[in-house]
Design a binder for this molecule. Structure first.
Ligand SMILES: [Zn+2]
Length: 58
């Protein structure tokens, strides 16, 4: 399963998410500081670009 290490914008720690868990409007909960965030807007755009880069590395 392919994963992407998403860095928490508050505490900066990374959690590996399955790529299938990352989509526009996904609710992500940081396991360290319990921040709940919705993946959308420019944050989603950044993640989407990073995922595309991962795909190009095949
Ligand atoms: Zn956090």
């Amino acid at each position: 399963m392919r994963t992407y290490p998403f860095p928490c914008p508050v505490c900066g720690r990374k959690k590996d998410y399955l790529l299938t868990e990352l989509f526009e409007g996904a609710i992500l909960i940081c396991p360290y500081c319990k921040l709940t965030l919705t993946l959308h807007g420019h944050m989603w755009e950044d993640v989407r670009k990073e995922i595309q880069k991962l795909d190009e590395d095949k």
